[in-house]
Design a protein around this ligand. Structure first.
Ligand code: G6P
Length: 368
């Protein structure tokens, strides 16, 4: 088994370190200096243009990847995107029709609720595009079109590399839709394309510069039953995924909140020493985040920021900062999740839990 883990103590750590390679595979032949190429799904520009809305259906980590997708697609391509957890979607009599593109996201391709959501969408006449990691899985077979994630086998229950590939596919779709709809110009398009190409290398750099710091900070988290993860816009979705990782494997309660919403409730829970993780990568919301950070700091929270390299201002305002490399702000969120995966991993290891097989959870949930 140690051989399968390639010298790593756990599959989860191995899979975190495999992320640059997973990104290389998911992007290969789909993006080059020529641009994004998604011909494999066989949708013409005309067909794409007819979609008036996109509906994402998924569970768990896959659901959070869809939330990143929503922010990116709406911002770049200006197509409204709704994201629902499959177990809600399937019982909600959703408003979808032939002009809706339904994107179901599932690492395993077998999650029962997601599969039921797919079937419901098809019954209602919508086109279903599946993003899945498992070739020939039920979801892959039943969807109208498939984009494979190519993350390679993921063994640890807590998903890491599959999540990164899911988000990358949403980036590809967003950039492609934006190009077709004409919501970005050629220069913007080529700028996004060249940053997409750099993603694997940036992910590798992120692991290098953040791992020690995340490991060190994990020692602090071990002693606290509760923590908060905050962010705005897609940094908020990264906070959600970071908090989920901590819950799944370290059995500590972590709650993610949109930073601007803190004052409508959770601020009452902030007390001396409580760990708060602030994801601060969106430049346009920088000042707003900084004031939220000060708001919790003033109430005694211990703040760890995940920020862009060289951000001296945030560094001054928080207790610890984990830097990620500078890049196009559309892609920084993806990098920001990596230190949060590492923080959760080292916290769980420090608490002595079975990181790869957390209690009560299963890798693939094929029952309702
Ligand atoms: C389970 C796993 C999660 C996963 C979710 C959805 O809860 O423990 O890690 O995100 O199912 O799985 P899927 O295979 O559909 O992506």
């Amino acid at each position: 088994e140690m051989a399968e883990k390639n010298g790593y103590e756990h599959y989860m750590l191995k899979e975190i370190h495999e992320q640059p390679d997973a990104l290389r595979r998911v992007l290969a032949n789909r993006v080059s200096t020529q641009g994004v190429n998604l011909d494999e799904i066989g949708l013409t520009a005309e067909e794409l243009k007819k979609y008036s809305q996109i509906q994402v259906v998924a569970c768990g980590t896959a659901y959070y990847s869809g939330m990143v997708g929503k922010y990116i697609i709406e911002e770049l391509a200006r197509i409204p995107v709704k994201v629902d957890v499959a177990s809600e979607f399937r019982y909600s009599n959703p408003i979808i029709d032939k002009d809706t593109l339904v994107i179901v996201v599932s690492q395993s391709g077998e999650t029962a609720d997601t599969l039921a959501g797919l079937r419901l969408a098809r019954e209602k006449g919508a086109e279903v595009l599946a993003l899945t990691n498992v070739v020939g899985s039920t979801i892959a077979r039943e969807a109208d079109r498939v984009l494979y994630l190519k993350a390679g086998p993921e063994i640890a229950v807590a998903s890491t590399k599959a999540y990164l590939t899911m988000v990358s596919v949403f980036y590809l779709l967003a950039v492609q839709f934006a190009k077709i709809k004409g919501t970005i110009n050629d220069d913007e398009y080529m700028g996004l394309v060249s940053d997409l190409i750099r993603l694997p290398e940036l992910a590798s750099e992120t692991i290098k510069v953040s791992e020690e710091k995340a490991k060190e900070k994990a020692r602090y988290f071990i002693d606290y039953d509760n923590s908060f993860y905050i962010g705005r816009n897609f940094d908020y979705t990264i906070a959600l995924e970071g908090a989920l990782k901590l819950k799944e494997i370290s059995y500590l309660h972590a709650e993610a909140y949109p930073a601007g919403e803190l004052k409508h409730g959770p601020l009452a829970l902030i007390e001396e020493g409580i760990p708060v993780v602030a994801v601060v990568t969106r430049r346009s919301l920088y000042d707003k985040m900084l004031s939220n950070i000060k708001e919790v700091k003033a109430r005694g929270a211990n703040i760890t920021a995940v920020a862009i390299a060289g951000d001296a201002e945030v560094e001054k305002a928080v207790d610890d900062v984990i830097f990620i490399p500078e890049c196009n702000e559309f892609f920084s969120g993806l990098l920001a999740v990596i230190p949060l995966q590492l923080l959760a991993y080292y916290t769980a290891v420090g608490r002595g839990f079975d990181v790869d097989q957390p209690r009560n959870l299963a890798k693939s949930v094929t029952v309702e």
